[in-house]
Design a protein around this ligand. Sequence first.
Ligand code: NAD
Length: 297
Amino acid sequence: MKIGFIGLGNMGAPMAHNLLKAGHTLNVFDLNAHAVQSLAAEGATASRTPKAASTDVEYVITMLPAAAHVKAVLTGEDGILAGIAKNVTIIDSSTIDPASVKTFAELANQNGNTFVDAPVSGGTGGATAGTLTFMVGGSATAYEHVKPILQAMGKNIVHCGDTSTGQVAKICNNLVLGITMAGVSEAMALGVALGIDPKVLGGIINTSTGRCWSSDTYNPFPGVIETAPSTRGYTGGFGTDLMLKDLGLATDAARLARQPVYLGALAQQLYQTMSTKGAGKLDFSSVIKLYRNEGDA
Ligand code: NAD
């Protein structure tokens, strides 16, 4: 297939690489010329604008930081909608708010195109290995149409329902994750303050009812899980600022839906505090530092 790919960052670059590996033909664009050159060296065609990347293709994929970037790339003078042929499907894999997805889908529709939200989980490791989970929002027909393309980049391609439900799934999952990480941090810090060995406590939680991904895979207390970011100084995981962004999407969506998110709002403030303290780039499990003396965790 001929595909336009826009947004070649930490996630987009390896995803584009896997599409090339699967035999697809790619037009690529990013504001970062170096990222474009790297993909061009692998056989992609470098484009000067999103419009050029979207011309003469069968699909367009965007993997951008936030909704404002997707809007600019979609509707700008040299944007996707200015260059795309009718019936070409646009797949947005960025994590953005469900309300924006509906607006973008409407704009695409007016232009004769289908817009599918397909955010991912699995991180940069999953993007590199081609094992991402895609949460797809759109009609059943649109889902079947995009599935073979997404399979070149992911292992689980899940149809979540109509337009924007892919983003709903993504932000609700990360809402749980942000809350459970704060909960495990609180319990681990309390247990250690009360005198229990952190490995013993972690082991008990991980074989008891408190078990969750935040305790058994990314346990925030250093040394409890050898492969967790906490054990390597909170590096190489899921950044606090990214978690903060996703909790912001959840609380914004909750406000629009007039739905309470008591714990999500509190968790958002905890990660906000960490970010303000300069820990935005550290793994989000570093939130445990709020419960411990500086340097302890
Ligand atoms: P990133 O910041 O590494 O990459 C974004 C890329 O978009 C950059 O290369 C940037 O130059 C480019 N860009 C920005 N504005 C642009 C524009 N107007 N035109 C063209 N290119 C533009 O971000 P990332 O980590 O690759 O994440 C991308 C999306 O995926 C985000 O929405 C993020 O929340 C989501 N996500 C990230 C992860 C992760 O672990 N990094 C996991 C799941 C989902």
